[in-house]
Design a protein around this ligand. Structure first.
Ligand code: HEC
Ligand code: HEC
Ligand code: HEC
Ligand code: HEC
Ligand code: HEC
Length: 392
């Protein structure tokens, strides 16, 4: 086993110092190491030492792990990288080793060798990793933790309730316990990974006065520095860029609000309940945040509405320059999720104010994250009879 680790360390030199031949030989040997079925190889590649020969001491997963209970705790049991990442069941272990050839390619081509590159790939890697835990029912966790040996009485009320239910179904731990060993990926994207993979995260530089659309529900702020959230910008909302400062941008949103209370919810148009932005009360009352214009009364509800413009700050990400990709994603999701039990209703079958109730009534039947729900609902409203008059 020693010899293997030593051989590995010799081979473990940055790719640019190797000739093409050496790269091929290395790749071949790595292949043997990863693919090899014999136990010595398996054992050697199953040590933390091996993992951190690439995922070095300074690397994020290793650093982050050291801050958690799995590194040090009162029982003195430490979880190493392979404990969690390599299933203990033999055939699943082999399957994981085969997949690990992407580690080798990644290493050869330096895919995650800097902090920035790692962060850029973190969500993608974590999503794959979550998929594996789901597929394996978190077998690796269960190598140490056993539902049957858990002492419910000594757990918090919340843990008891959730954990007992999980135990009845022998549920996969990582369904609920994500980010226990490493920092979670940027939470923005973690919410709707497929959507973001489809539409992208948008540019990092913006021209003043350009038009963009939010590709996620995003927090908003009252200035470029504060961490205190002033509310949320709804998904698929059109914004105009006013200014850029560091990683924040100032945006303007035009819409209508109901003239009641602080009037802190802004909608797409007069009388149409399509969310654009929701402000915290303190923010709505702040000077210059919401600028009001003319008012109109809705005969149907007797409510007064006011045309407004909102100016707030948000992080310079998840803003894309077209709305159509969002609608395309929403349409596909709607058609696939909502046709399971009945044929999916025509978008234009209801009007913009009826759809939310209908949609919310069905949402418990489908597995859709919050952002995708908000997007699909908005898609249905935007393509409802209110806007697509010719159909109905
Ligand atoms: C040959 C160097 C190398 C070794 C040895 C290595 N890794 Fe990796 N690993 C990488 C690279 C590079 C990536 C990024 C791969 C990519 O770009 O998709 C990665 C990705 C990962 C991921 C993310 C998985 C994914 O699907 O993206 C996990 C988890 C991981 N490694 C765990 C381990 C564990 C556990 C070990 C020890 C058993 C180990 N690695 C050994 C280089 C290595
Ligand atoms: C090598 C054994 C081992 C493995 C593998 C392992 N754990 Fe643990 N886990 C422990 C130990 C030991 C503790 C600390 C127990 C104590 O002393 O409180 C712990 C604690 C926890 C806690 C409590 C955290 C806290 O803050 O108190 C959770 C949740 C948990 N583990 C989930 C997981 C999940 C999910 C996995 C799989 C991804 C996993 N564990 C894999 C050994 C392990
Ligand atoms: C349905 C969701 C769910 C699943 C699945 C689940 N847990 Fe939990 N678990 C919770 C919640 C909620 C808590 C309590 C909140 C907290 O302490 O963070 C908890 C708490 C814990 C604790 C701390 C208990 C305490 O109060 O000291 C441990 C350890 C733990 N879980 C381990 C696991 C392991 C291991 C698995 C898989 C075998 C697992 N959980 C599966 C939801 C879940
Ligand atoms: C207690 C279990 C546990 C241990 C120990 C552990 N990991 Fe992880 N790791 C996870 C889980 C769970 C994920 C999925 C993402 C998440 O929920 O944080 C993950 C994700 C990753 C990823 C994908 C990127 C990311 O940050 O999500 C890499 C790379 C990785 N682990 C490498 C390692 C390496 C290297 C070690 C050893 C230094 C290690 N892990 C130890 C549980 C563990
Ligand atoms: C698990 C099965 C199931 C799924 C999945 C499902 N539905 Fe339904 N849907 C029903 C049933 C059953 C009814 C009739 C009973 C009722 O109205 O509650 C219904 C009725 C409806 C109606 C007619 C209600 C009315 O009063 O006219 C609409 C509209 C609708 N669904 C939309 C959707 C949408 C949108 C989705 C996707 C988010 C969806 N459904 C997903 C089972 C489902």
């Amino acid at each position: 086993m020693r010899w293997l680790i030593n051989l590995w360390k010799t081979l473990n030199k940055p790719a640019q110092y190797l000739t093409l031949g050496a790269v091929s030989v290395t790749a071949f040997l790595m292949g043997v190491i990863f693919w090899g079925g014999f136990n010595t190889v398996l054992e050697a590649t199953n040590t933390e030492e091996f993992c951190i020969s690439c995922h070095s001491m300074q690397s994020k997963p290793y650093q982050e792990l050291q801050k958690t209970v799995h590194w040090s705790n009162h029982s003195g049991v430490r979880a190493t990288c392979p404990d969690c990442h390599v299933p203990h069941n033999w055939s699943r272990k082999i399957a994981r080793k085969i997949e690990a050839s992407s580690d080798v390619w990644g290493w050869l081509f330096n895919t995650v060798n800097t902090s920035e590159k790692f962060e850029d790939k973190r969500l993608e890697m974590a999503t794959r990793e979550w998929g594996r835990f789901e597929r394996d029912d978190s077998l690796a966790c269960k190598g140490c933790h056993d539902y049957k040996s858990m002492k419910w009485d000594s757990m918090s009320k919340l843990a008891q309730k959730q954990m007992k239910r999980a135990a009845e179904r022998d549920q996969s731990c990582v369904d609920c316990h994500k980010g226990i060993a490493h920092t979670l990926p940027d939470i923005g994207t973690a919410r709707a990974p497929e959507l973001i993979a489809e539409v992208g995260t948008g540019p990092s530089k913006f021209d003043d006065n350009a038009i963009y659309f939010s590709s996620l529900t995003k927090p908003i702020y009252l200035n470029e520095r504060t961490d205190v959230e002033a509310g949320t910008l709804n998904i698929a909302t059109k914004v105009t860029i006013l200014a850029t400062k560091g990683s924040r941008i100032k945006i303007a949103i035009a819409g209508w609000r109901k003239k009641m209370g602080a009037g802190r919810v802004v909608y797409l148009d007069f009388g149409i309940n399509m969310l654009l932005v929701q402000l915290e009360k303190f923010a709505a009352l702040e000077d210059g945040v919401i600028v009001g214009f003319e008012q109109k009364e809705d005969d149907l509800t007797g409510l007064k509405w006011q045309r407004v413009e909102v100016e707030v700050w948000t992080d310079a990400d998840y803003l894309i320059d077209q709305q159509q990709p969002l609608w395309d994603y929403a349409r596909t999701t709607f058609r696939s999720s909502c046709s399971v039990c009945h044929s999916q209703p025509d978008e234009a079958h209801f009007d913009a104010n009826t759809w939310p109730g209908m949609f919310q009534g069905m949402i418990a039947f489908v597995d859709m994250d919050q952002d995708t729900q908000a997007l699909v609902q908005k898609y249905l409203q935007q393509h409802s009879s209110t806007f697509v008059k010719e159909k109905h």
